[in-house]
Design a binder for this molecule. Structure first.
Ligand code: BES
Ligand code: MG
Ligand code: ZN
Length: 463
C-alpha cells in the first residue's frame, strides 16, 4: 500500500484505516511546520500532506511543489504506484498535487546513451470519478513536455527546417493542419525581416502556419498565436559574449515552442475553438553575408527598418509574422517571444512581462489564467515615448531603442505592425531554467503553455 494522504486535521487520519503505527507516527509529527510527512515501513510508503497552510493560488503552488517532492522521493524508493487519498472537498487540492507530481517527471533523454525510462516513474492514481478531469490534466502536462522537448533540443539538430517539421508532426499527432513556407516562398512573400536575419546563416529559414479549426468552433474569427522561432541567437555581427549570454541561446525559439504546444493541447483536448499559430524561424549568425549594423531592410508590410544592432533580431522576424496575421482577420493575436534581457532583468525567472492593446477584459482573463497555474505576468506600459525611441532618422523605424525600458521599446516596435487586438508576452526570463526548482527541471520550462490552455479550457470547455 503506497499512498499520499491529504488531510486538514489530524483527527481525519485516525479514520482512514491506516496501520496503527503509521497513525501514531504521524500524530507525533503534526505539530511541526513541514509541508508533508513521510512514513516508510513494511506496510508501505505513506506521504501525509497537510492542506491549508496557505491560501488561494499560493496554496495551489505549494501543493504542486509538494507533489514534485513526493514524485522524487517515490522514484528514489522505486515505488511503482501511488494512490491519492482525499475527500470530496479536497478534489482541487488533489489535482494541484497531481499536477506538480506529473510535471516533475519530465526528462530529456534523447541524447543519452542509456537513460531512465518513464516506466520507472511512479504511476499516480486519483479516484476514478475524476478520470475525465485527470485525462485533461495529463494532456496539459503532455503539451508542456512537447514545449520543453523543443526548447531543450540543440540548434545543430533543431534547425529552422527541423522546427517546422516538428510542428507538422505535432499537428499530425494532435489533429491540426500545418503549412510550411520554405526560403523561396518566404522570399516571394517579401518577408524582409525574416530574410534579413537569415542572411548570415547556412540554413534556410522557415515559416510555419498551423491551423486548428474544428467543425464545431464557436468563434468565426481565429485566435492567432505568433511565436519567435530563433533556433539559435549568436547576436549576429553584434555578437553576444558566450558565458551567461550566448551559451543558452538555443532557448530563443521558446516562444514558438509555446505556440506549437498550445496548438497541440487545444487539438488534443478537442476544444471547440479556432486557433492558428504562426512561426517565423531562423538562426541568427555572423556569416559572410550577414546583415550589418546600419543596413536598412524592408519588411513584409513595406515598413523600412534600420538595423542598428543585429542582436535585436526577434522583432525583425516577428514583425513579418504580425503583418501576415492581418489576413486572417483575427479576434486576438498573442505573441510569445524571448525578446529582451530587459524583461528578464525586471522580473527575473519569477514571471513574464505582458504588454498590448487588447481590451482590459481580455487582459484580466489572461492574467487570471496565469495566476491560477502560477505562470505569473506583470503588465508593462506602452507609453508613446517608448515608440518615439523606435522612430528612424533615415528609415521608418530602427530596431534599437535607448536601452532603459528595452522590453517596452521592443513592444512598441512590434505594435507598429498590429492592427487588431494584441498581446505580447516577453518570456525571456521564464523560458529556460538554469537550475531545477520544484516541478521544473533544468532547461526548457514550457512557461506559457499551461496559462494559455487554462485560458482556452475555461472559456471553451463544455461549449
Ligand atoms: N534572445 C535575446 C533576448 C534574451 C535574453 C532571451 C536573455 C533570453 C534570455 C534577444 O534577441 C536579444 O538579444 N535582445 C537584446 C536586444 C537589444 C540588443 C536591444 C537584449 O535584450 O539585450
Ligand atoms: Mg538577439
Ligand atoms: Zn533573440
Amino acid at each position: 500500500m503506497n499512498q499520499i494522504v491529504l488531510f486538514q486535521n489530524i483527527s481525519e487520519i485516525a479514520q482512514l484505516g491506516l496501520p496503527e503505527n503509521v497513525v501514531k507516527y504521524f500524530q507525533t509529527l503534526v505539530n511541526d511546520d513541514k509541508y508533508g510527512y513521510d512514513y516508510f515501513g513494511f506496510e508501505g510508503h505513506f506521504y501525509l500532506v497537510k492542506l491549508g497552510k496557505l491560501t488561494g493560488n499560493a496554496e495551489a503552488e505549494r501543493l504542486r511543489v509538494e507533489g514534485s517532492r513526493i514524485a522524487k522521493s517515490a522514484a528514489d524508493l522505486k515505488i511503482t504506484n501511488l494512490q491519492v487519498i482525499y475527500n470530496g472537498l479536497q478534489v482541487d487540492e488533489a489535482f494541484f498535487l497531481a499536477e506538480g507530481f506529473l510535471l516533475s517527471q519530465y526528462q530529456y533523454n534523447r541524447f543519452k546513451k542509456s537513460a531512465v525510462t518513464n516506466s520507472q516513474m511512479p504511476n499516480l492514481e486519483l479516484n476514478s470519478s475524476e478520470n475525465a478531469r485527470f485525462e485533461t490534466l495529463k494532456l496539459i502536462v503532455q503539451s508542456v513536455f512537447k514545449a520543453r522537448d523543443l526548447v531543450n533540443e540543440p540548434s545543430n539538430t533543431l534547425t529552422a527546417t527541423a522546427l517546422a517539421n516538428a510542428f507538422e508532426s505535432l499537428g499530425k499527432e494532435a489533429g491540426f493542419d500545418t503549412e510550411i513556407l520554405g526560403k523561396a516562398q518566404i522570399e516571394s512573400q517579401k518577408m524582409g525581416g525574416l530574410i534579413a536575419v537569415n542572411k548570415g546563416s547556412q540554413e534556410p529559414p522557415s515559416f510555419t502556419i498551423m491551423n486548428y479549426k474544428p467543425a464545431n468552433a464557436v468563434n468565426s474569427q481565429p485566435y492567432v498565436l505568433v511565436g519567435k522561432g530563433v533556433v539559435f541567437d549568436t547576436g549576429g555581427l553584434s555578437l553576444k559574449p558566450t558565458p551567461n549570454s550566448m551559451d543558452f541561446m538555443k532557448c530563443d525559439m521558446a516562444g514558438s515552442a509555446v505556440v506549437g504546444a498550445v496548438l497541440y493541447g487545444v487539438a488534443k483536448l478537442k476544444l471547440p475553438v479556432w486557433v492558428m499559430g504562426l512561426v517565423p524561424a531562423t538562426d541568427n549568425r555572423p556569416g559572410e553575408n550577414a546583415i550589418c549594423p546600419g543596413d536598412i531592410i524592408t519588411t513584409l508590410d513595406g515598413t523600412t527598418v534600420e538595423v542598428l544592432n543585429t542582436d535585436a533580431e526577434g522583432r525583425l522576424i516577428l514583425c513579418d509574422a504580425l503583418s501576415f496575421a492581418k489576413k486572417y482577420d483575427p479576434s486576438l493575436v498573442i505573441d510569445f517571444a524571448t525578446l529582451t534581457g530587459a524583461a528578464a532583468g525586471a522580473l527575473s525567472s519569477y514571471g513574464c512581462a505582458v504588454m498590448g492593446t487588447a481590451a482590459d477584459s481580455i487582459k484580466n482573463e489572461i492574467k487570471e489564467s496565469g495566476e491560477t497555474v502560477y505562470e505569473r505576468m506583470a503588465e508593462f506600459p506602452l507609453w508613446s515615448e517608448f515608440g518615439d525611441e523606435m522612430k528612424g532618422e533615415i528609415s521608418d523605424l530602427k530596431n534599437l531603442g535607448k536601452g532603459a525600458g528595452g522590453a517596452q521599446s521592443a513592444a512598441m516596435f512590434l505594435k507598429h505592425f498590429t492592427a487588431y487586438q494584441w498581446l505580447h508576452f516577453d518570456i525571456a526570463g521564464t523560458s529556460f531554467a538554469h537550475a531545477p526548482k520544484g516541478y521544473i527541471g533544468q532547461g526548457g520550462t514550457g512557461f506559457g503553455v499551461r496559462m494559455m490552455l487554462n485560458y482556452f479550457l475555461k472559456k471553451y470547455n463544455g461549449k
